[in-house]
Design a binder for this molecule. Structure first.
Ligand SMILES: NC(=O)c1ccc[n+]([C@@H]2O[C@H](COP(=O)([O-])OP(=O)(O)OC[C@H]3O[C@@H](n4cnc5c(N)ncnc54)[C@H](OP(=O)(O)O)[C@@H]3O)[C@@H](O)[C@H]2O)c1
Length: 336
C-alpha cells in the first residue's frame, strides 16, 4: 500500500499555543547503520505517504540530503512548507554558538525556519559521532544551571529572530526542569525523551503533560537497530515484552505497531525511524485503525520495566560514578 494515507484519520495534537502538531513523526537518526541517502529517500517516501513531522538534528549528519528532498517536495507541490513540522537540534559542541548552529541547519535543510529547535542534551559535553561507548571526554562537566540558561537564552533569541517557531529541550529530568523552567522567558513547547513500553518514564511524562509541554517520544519501538555503544546485556527489547507480543498476536500486527499505538493513545508524539517503506507506512497507518482498548493500555502500563536504553555514558564527566549520574535518579542533580 503506497498511495497517500487519508490524513483526516490521524488524531489531532496541538502545542500549548494552539499550533497543530502531527501525532507521529519520522526519526532521521541512522544509528550508524543507514546512510544519508537512504534516510533522505525515506523522508521523501514518508512525506508522500502522509508524514508531516520530520525529526532532524545536525549530529545525524544528513540534514543536507534531507534538505534536498524537502526542496523537491515543495517544488513539486507534494506538501506546502506550512503543512510540514520540521525539527532540528543544537549539538553539544555548539552550546556557545547556537545561532550559528541553527543557521547552518536551516541552510542545509533549505528552510527559512524550523518549527521546533531543540537543545539536544542539557550539557555541552562533546563526543565525536560514532565514538566507542567507553570513550570519555576529559573536558566534560556536570550539569550547570547557569550554562544551561546561557544556552537557552540563545534558543529564545532564535524565536525572536523568527528562525525557530518553537523551542524545546531533550534528555531532561524533573530535577533539571524544576531548576530551569522558572528561569525561562520562553517555555519549551516540546521535550524529547526516551519513551517505549519498557521505559515509560511515568513521572516525567505526567510532569510534561501537566505543564502543557508535548512529550516527543524517541526510540518508541525500543530502538532495535541502535548502535553497539548503546547496548548492554540488561537491556529489555520493547518488541519482545510478553504483553507486547501477546497484543501483537491479538491485533495481528508487528509488535512495533503495538508500541506506536500505545504511545499515541497515551498522548505522546512518537518519532519512529525506518527507511523501509512497508515499515514507515504501517507505522503511521496503525494509529488510524484498530486502537488498543483501555484494558490493553493498562496492561502495557503495568509492564513498565524502567529500562533506559540511551544511557548517555559517553557524556559523563571525570569523577562521575556511572551513567545514572546523568539522570538524577535519586531526585538531585549530580555534580551541580
Ligand atoms: N533527542 C534525542 O536525544 C534522541 C535520541 C535517540 C533518538 N532520537 C530520535 O528518535 C528517532 C527514533 O529512535 P530510534 O531510531 O533510535 O529507534 P526506534 O524508532 O525505536 O527504532 C527504529 C528501528 O525499529 C525498526 N522498525 C521501525 N518500524 C518497524 C516496523 N513497523 N516493524 C518492525 N520494525 C520496525 C527498524 O529496524 P530495522 O532498521 O532493523 O528494520 C528501525 O531501524 C531517531 O531516529 C531520532 O530522530 C532522538
Amino acid at each position: 500500500m503506497s498511495s497517500q494515507l487519508d490524513l483526516h484519520l490521524l488524531p489531532q495534537r496541538q502545542l500549548s499555543d494552539g499550533t497543530p502538531v502531527p501525532p507521529l513523526g519520522l526519526g532521521t537518526f541512522g544509528s550508524d547503520k543507514y546512510g544519508p541517502e537512504a534516510i533522505a529517500a525515506a523522508v521523501d517516501g514518508a512525506v508522500r505517504y502522509g508524514y508531516r513531522l520530520i525529526d532532524c538534528a545536525s549530529v545525524y549528519g544528513n540534514e543536507a540530503q534531507v534538505g534536498t528532498v524537502l526542496r523537491q517536495l515543495f517544488d513539486e507541490g507534494v506538501v506546502a512548507r506550512s503543512e510540514l513540522f520540521v525539527t532540528s537540534k543544537v549539538w553539544n559542541d555548539e552550546h556557545r554558538h547556537v545561532a550559528d548552529a541553527c543557521r547552518r541547519s536551516l541552510r542545509d535543510l533549505q528552510l527559512d525556519y524550523v518549527d521546533c529547535y531543540f537543545l539536544h542534551w542539557p550539557f555541552p559535553n562533546y563526543h565525536a559521532p560514532g565514538c566507542d561507548g567507553e570513550a570519555r571526554n576529559p573536558d566534560s562537566k556536570p550539569f550547570s544551571v547557569d550554562e544551561f540558561m546561557d544556552t537557552w537564552r540563545q534558543l529564545e533569541s532564535l524565536v525572536d529572530q523568527g528562525l525557530a517557531r518553537h523551542i524545546g529541550m531533550s534528555n531532561m529530568t524533573i530535577p533539571k526542569l524544576e531548576a530551569v523552567l522558572p528561569l525561562c522567558r520562553i517555555q519549551p513547547s516540546m521535550i524529547e525523551l526516551e519513551l517505549h513500553p519498557a521505559f515509560q518514564q511515568p513521572a516525567l511524562f505526567d510532569y510534561l503533560i501537566r505543564r502543557g509541554i508535548v512529550p516527543v517520544g524517541f526510540c518508541p519501538i525500543g530502538s532495535p537497530s541502535r548502535p553497539e555503544r548503546d547496548r548492554t546485556s540488561e537491556d529489555i527489547a520493547a518488541t519482545q515484552m510478553p504483553v507486547i507480543v501477546e497484543l501483537a498476536a491479538r491485533h495481528n500486527v508487528h509488535p512495533a505497531l503495538i508500541c506506536l499505538k500505545w504511545s499515541v493513545q497515551r498522548g505522546a508524539v512518537p518519532i519512529p525511524f525506518s527507511v523501509k517503506p512497508a515499515q514507515y507506512q504501517s507505522n503511521l497507518r496503525c494509529i488510524t485503525e484498530d486502537p488498543l482498548t483501555p484494558e490493553e493500555m493498562e496492561a502495557i502500563r503495568l509492564a513498565d520495566c524502567n529500562c533506559r536504553l540511551v544511557k548517555g555514558q559517553v557524556f559523563l564527566w571525570p569523577g562521575a560514578d556511572d551513567w545514572t549520574a546523568l539522570w538524577d535518579v535519586d531526585g538531585t542533580i549530580h555534580g551541580a
